[in-house]
Design a protein around this ligand. Structure first.
Ligand code: DX5
Ligand code: ZN
Length: 224
């Protein structure tokens, strides 16, 4: 299963509903929703009110909430009520990671942990049974349009090995999402490395034709 998740951080904020509709018609599989609090990251975006306002525009397309906020637990509840389908947070931003993951699952939402470029992969090792997705940040969180950090390819490969080993034991495959600097020229390598969910902000919203932009990313997806 491979998915493109356009990040509305790079959309035209004055026309957010329309932008979401357009990108869905253009082939978006998920909508990536970057929540920033000017505390955990040096930028400020949108909260649950905007998420629930966008919900009618989403039809059955999942909304993938990426929390770059500290602390996380209260917002997990609010985003669950606002219609989030997947919620990821950064382990550094929660005192009790296992508890925060359980809180997400209690709302029947898929759970994810987001790892900054310098955050070691071992942060996820003891909570794999509570995880549906591992989000590998391939830029430092806070802004769209940054350059992909090449060392993250090795981290994705190690993450894939870890997830495959876990799948052998449990029969459950954890998704691997890459976020930051994903574009036409690196997506094929990232697929080879083992990622299957691709956040794309500027690579979609930075283009005039969203359909062409999403298609040129998807053309690298393995067939069948
Ligand atoms: C960065 C965000 C990303 C960002 C990706 O903190 O988490 O989702 O919007 O944007 P691009 O694809 O432009 O790097
Ligand atoms: Zn993100």
């Amino acid at each position: 299963m491979y998915r493109i998740a356009p990040s509305i951080l790079s959309a035209d904020m004055a026309r957010l509903g329309e932008e979401v509709q357009n990108v869905i018609v253009a082939g978006a599989d998920w909508i990536h929703f970057d929540v920033m609090d000017y505390h955990y990251v040096p930028n400020l975006t949108f909260g649950p009110v905007v998420c629930s306002a966008l919900k009618p525009y989403l039809k059955n397309i999942p909304i993938d909430v990426h929390l770059m906020v500290e602390p996380v637990d209260l917002l997990i509840k609010d985003f669950a009520n606002a219609g989030a389908n997947i919620i990821s947070f950064h382990p550094e931003a929660s005192r009790h990671i296992d508890r925060s993951l359980s809180l997400i699952r209690e709302h029947n939402i898929l759970s994810g942990l987001a790892l900054n470029p310098a955050t070691p992969l071992c942060m996820v090792e003891h909570v794999l049974d509570k995880l549906d997705m591992i989000l590998i940040m391939s830029v430092n969180p806070g802004f769209g349009g940054q350059k992909f950090i090449p060392a993250m390819r090795e981290k994705i490969r190690q993450c894939k090995t870890l997830c495959d080993k876990y799948a052998d034991k449990s029969g459950r495959q954890i998704m691997i999402e890459v976020d930051g600097g994903v574009c036409d020229s690196n997506i094929a390598d990232l697929i080879d490395d083992g990622a299957n969910i691709f956040v794309a902000g500027s690579a979609v919203f930075g283009k005039d034709d969203y359909h062409m932009a999403i298609n040129s990313l998807k053309q690298h997806f393995p067939r069948g």
